[in-house]
Design a binder for this molecule. Structure first.
Ligand SMILES: C=C(O[C@@H]1C=C(C(=O)O)C=C[C@H]1O)C(=O)O
Length: 282
C-alpha cells in the first residue's frame, strides 16, 4: 500500500498514453501516487534533474543518461511501422530537402534523432535542423521548409493535411530502413529511488503495467472520455491507439539497440548503452 504520495510518477499527457491515463483516473491505479503530467520534453528534463522517481522518458534520453536510470520492464511506447503521430510535413518531397531548414518540435527528443538517422542513412541528406516551439504547423512553416511533429500535434496534422504539402510517417520510414519496430519511450526508475525504496518498485511496476492493461481492456470507455474534448472522432482515436503497442519484448529491445547503434554511428550519442532493467519480482 502506498501512503501519502510516496512516488513521484511522470505521465505523458498525449493521447498516445490514453490507456494508462484511463487506468490511473478510472481504474484506481493512481492511488497514493504523485502524478506529474506533461509533454515528453518536460518529463525528460525533470527526470534527468532527479525530480521524478519513475517516469516515461524519450528513448534517446536513456541513451544519454543511462547512468542515472534503470529501465522498468514490460512497458514502452512503441509501434511497428505507421503510427500517424511521428510526422514530417514538408513543402517538397523528402529527397529534395538536402538544403532545407527543418523545424523539430520542442516537445520531442527521440524523434529528433530518429529523423536525422532516416534523413542521413535512407536519403543521404543532412538538412539544417532547428528546435521550434511553434504551436502549430502553420506557424512553424513561416521559418521552415519542413516540420517534425509528434503526439497530438502530429495526429492533428495527419488528419488535416495541407494540399500540395508532403507528409511522411517517420515510424513507417524507420520500418522501411530497418525492418524493425521503433521504441519511442521507456519508463525509467531513478537509481537513487530504487536503492532507497526497493519495496515500492513492484508497486509502481504494477501501477504502470496494470494501468495500461486496464485502459486497453476498457478502451471504448477510455475513448469515450475524450469525446468532444479533442479534434478527433472516436474512430480516429481508436484506430490510432491500435497502431501503438506498450510492450517491451526482446524484439522491441533489439529494435531499440538498432536505434542506439545508428545514433552512435552518426555521432548523436557518445556510446551504445546497455539495457539495464530493474528487478521487479523477488
Ligand atoms: C508515439 C509517440 O512517441 C513519443 C515520442 C517521443 C519523442 O520523440 O521523444 C517521446 C515520447 C512519446 O510520446 C508520440 O509522440 O506520438
Amino acid at each position: 500500500m502506498i501512503q501519502n504520495e510516496q512516488i513521484k510518477l511522470g505521465h505523458i499527457d498525449f493521447i498516445n498514453c490514453l490507456p494508462l491515463t484511463h487506468g490511473l483516473k478510472q481504474g484506481g491505479f493512481a492511488q497514493g501516487l504523485d502524478i506529474v503530467a506533461g509533454p515528453p520534453s518536460m518529463l525528460n528534463q525533470l527526470a534527468v534533474d532527479g525530480k521524478l522517481d519513475v517516469s516515461p522518458v524519450s528513448s534517446i534520453v536513456y541513451g544519454h543518461h543511462n547512468d542515472k536510470f534503470l529501465i522498468l520492464p514490460e512497458v514502452s511506447i512503441s509501434a511497428d511501422g505507421c503510427l500517424q503521430s511521428i510526422l514530417l510535413a514538408a513543402k517538397r518531397p523528402i529527397d529534395e530537402l538536402g538544403s532545407a531548414r527543418v523545424a523539430l518540435t520542442a516537445k520531442s527528443a527521440t524523434s529528433h534523432t530518429l529523423l536525422k538517422i532516416i534523413m542521413n542513412i535512407a536519403y543521404n541528406i543532412t538538412p539544417e535542423y532547428f528546435v521550434s516551439s511553434a504551436a502549430s504547423q502553420a506557424e512553424a512553416f513561416v521559418q521552415a521548409d519542413a516540420v517534425l511533429l509528434i503526439g497530438d500535434d502530429a495526429l492533428y496534422a495527419y488528419h488535416n493535411q495541407t494540399p500540395n504539402y508532403y507528409y511522411y510517417d517517420i515510424g513507417q520510414e524507420w520500418k522501411k530502413l530497418t525492418g524493425q519496430a521503433m521504441v519511442y519511450a521507456l519508463w525509467v526508475v531513478r537509481r537513487e529511488f530504487a536503492a532507497a525504496r526497493p519495496d515500492l518498485i513492484p508497486v509502481v511496476h504494477e501501477r504502470v503495467v496494470g494501468g495500461f492493461t486496464y485502459g486497453l481492456n476498457h478502451l471504448p470507455a477510455a475513448v469515450n472520455m475524450l469525446s468532444g474534448k479533442v479534434p478527433f472522432s472516436d474512430q480516429q482515436v481508436t484506430a490510432y491507439i491500435n497502431l501503438l503497442n506498450y510492450r517491451l519484448t526482446p524484439e522491441h529491445q533489439a529494435a531499440l539497440l538498432t536505434y542506439y547503434k545508428l545514433a552512435n554511428r552518426l555521432g548523436l550519442i557518445d556510446s551504445i548503452p546497455s539495457l539495464n532493467f530493474i528487478k521487479v519480482g523477488q
